[in-house]
Design a protein around this ligand. Structure first.
Ligand SMILES: C[S@@+](CC[C@H](N)C(=O)[O-])C[C@H]1O[C@@H](n2cnc3c(N)ncnc32)[C@H](O)[C@@H]1O
Length: 376
């Protein structure tokens, strides 16, 4: 049985995971709150825990509530003004933990009310005490999940690996206006890949772990999930490896919108300026403070820049929008495309035609231009 995460103080690695959840949600919420086409917003924390650790540090459900207020209550005020409905659903299988969470959330909201607006919380909170798979299969959840007028943020902080299986992943990927983030014990899958209890959930014959590169096991797991995405579907997946001792855990984030991916990438690249995907210098780059450290020329950035350059030269990429999206797919910040195209232009290899611009953020709003080759 897994050790109860809420019984002790959260270790540093758990705090990092929670920080990423918080920052990811902080980026996500305003996008959906201010979108006039989204009628309701649903936030699901399916493995919610009891809300606090033994030292009173906030667990994921209270972190989400804290973030939902925004600076000077700006989000609560916007919800009132725009008459939007925002629902938080917290599920926790263990009855005593679910009860404790309800109590902790009530204390949290009472204190928020006292410190801030002196009115009852505008958000609707629901607490469930069920097996995740049971809630996920419920009709009322499926109706929300598949409703394209509802924005959904789904947090799946499972123990181990067995709850988010291929089927659940595919349903999440196919759900409209839905971003999700889940946690998975990648080292465990690697270590026990031939064990029937693992094979039951993950087709481990499709996992190609490199024994010489143990740091990369979570990348391999992320690639496994990426292969489950329907071909030709525009979809973005990113991951973040969390090393603790000799073990590797990780997060996997999914979105069908470029803006969702831009925002999650910016959270991750802010934390890991070398590769944007780990707390353990996954590509063995020169670290900050060492003689050859150059944050613009890390292994991953150099590799992706070269791949974009080749894609432009081979005419696989003929406009800026496909170039920017290619960089997102390669899990780097889209500004790398702009660096490469400007360099090729400076060298007289290509010219840009049409609505030429150097924008690299908010890709869905950027004007498209064409890339042509200079006549020699
Ligand atoms: C990693 S902890 C989540 C901690 C929480 N996110 C936090 O920040 O405190 C996983 C939680 O999921 C609960 N859990 C385990 N299996 C579950 C299942 N099948 N369905 C729902 N909850 C489950 C556990 O009791 C535990 O509290």
């Amino acid at each position: 049985m897994a050790k109860d995460i809420n019984k002790d103080e959260f270790p540093e690695e758990t705090k990092l995971k929670l920080e990423i959840f918080a920052e990811c949600f902080r980026e996500w919420l305003p996008v959906f709150l201010y979108n006039q086409y989204i009628k309701k917003v649903f936030i699901y924390d399916f493995f919610a825990g009891s809300g606090l650790d033994s030292m009173g540090n906030l667990g994921s459900p209270l972190i989400l509530l804290k973030e939902a207020k925004g600076e000077n209550c700006k989000y609560c005020q916007s919800v009132v003004k725009n008459n939007k409905e925002v629902v938080f659903a917290f599920n926790e299988k263990v009855k005593s933990k679910s009860k404790y969470l309800k109590k902790n959330a009530t204390i949290f909201l009472d204190s928020c009310k006292e410190k801030n607006c002196n009115t009852d919380c505008i958000y609707k909170l629901f607490f469930e005490n069920l097996e995740f798979q049971e809630v996920f299969q419920k009709d009322n959840f499926k109706k929300v999940l598949n409703n394209k007028n509802f924005g959904k943020f789904i947090l799946l902080d499972q123990y181990g690996f067995s709850q988010v299986d291929d089927q659940i992943f595919k349903e999440l990927v196919n759900a409209p206006k839905t971003d999700f983030i889940f946690f998975i014990s990648s080292s465990f899958i690697k270590r026990f890949k031939n064990h029937p209890s693992v094979k039951q959930y993950i087709k481990t014959e499709n996992l190609d772990f490199d024994e010489k590169r143990p740091k990369e096991c979570h990348r391999i797991i992320a690639d496994y999930f990426e292969r489950l995405i329907p071909e030709r579907k525009e979809y973005y997946l990113h991951h973040y490896t969390i090393k603790k001792g000799s073990n590797y855990w990780g997060l996997i984030f999914g979105t069908n919108h470029t803006l969702g991916m831009e925002k999650f990438l910016s959270v991750c690249w802010e934390k890991d300026k070398l590769s944007g995907d780990s707390n353990c210098n996954i590509d063995n780059d020169y670290e900050a403070g060492s003689l050859f450290h150059d944050v613009n020329e890390t292994y991953k950035k150099q590799k992706v820049k070269e791949e974009i350059k080749q894609a432009i030269i081979s005419k696989q990429i003929t406009d800026n929008i496909s170039g920017l999206k290619m960089v997102l797919k390669k899990r780097c910040l889209p500004e790398l495309f702009t660096v490469v195209i400007k360099e090729l232009e400076k060298q007289g290899i290509v010219k840009r035609i049409g609505a030429v611009n150097n924008s690299s953020t908010n890709i869905h709003k950027i004007k498209e231009y064409q890339i042509k080759f200079e006549d020699k």
